[in-house]
Design a protein around this ligand. Sequence first.
Ligand code: SF4
Length: 283
Amino acid sequence: MEFSSQLFHLSQSHLTLLRQCPRKFQYIYLDQLTLPPVPTVQTERQLLGTQFHQMMQQKVLGLDVNGLVAACAPLRQWAEAFKQFPPTLIDGERQTEHWRSQVLGEYVLIAVYDLLIQGESHAQIVDWKTYARPRSVEVLHRDWQTRLYPYLLAETSTYAPEQITMTYWFAEAAEAAEGTGHSLTFAYDQHQHEETAEMLVTNLERLTDWRAAHAQGVPFPQVPLSAGMCFRQGRSCRFVDRCERQDFIMDAQEEPDLEALACIDGIAEQPLLAMPSSSPGRN
Ligand code: SF4
């Protein structure tokens, strides 16, 4: 069994999809199946997300954003929310779109921080989200992004895990929490760091095994129907035919795993995995 000598770059989006449905991960990143055209509304949403991140990047660097928001109502609304309910940010050197990576075996773990603030004794990672705060803080706490981002900073800097925090700022207010629901900050510590390191080893070993089996013609496992990944919110996964799961629509809709779904909307599928070059894509 031989693998390519390429290093596989993995972002939190890749790890998340691998956990949600290994088979879908295989179809997209190993088989590189051609995806159907992205619906126009989704394209527009992605464009808006890009503009939002540009706006936030300029704002935290103290640059003028009036030109950017002038012709876009959602951007104006989000800029106003940021003005009224900004996240608490530490003092320190600010860097936007900051990359960190670490080689782990044949994999390269990568993170792109929307904002990294490096203070004297504390570092703060900030991530901007266009949507509202998820209802379950605990699910977000266990999300791969919340794990991987502090992990990589602790591994690639002199900051101890206890000196690192991760803050999410949500452009939309949380339900029934107008004015107080825009930010969430997670502390980090040595225990979480060791736990994440173990999880990474376990997950990457499993991925290596699945890739080896895939090279011998054995597909990656499918997610259980009860997880609700094949059919959700009235839409089916684009691979239901290939997975022969068309006939299970009603059963799956009756019993979704809500926890597994909680963070899905924040996940952008990346177009490529086997990548000796650079881009991990936005999360
Ligand atoms: S149909 Fe279900 S099992 Fe198949 S790729 Fe999609 S989510 Fe995974």
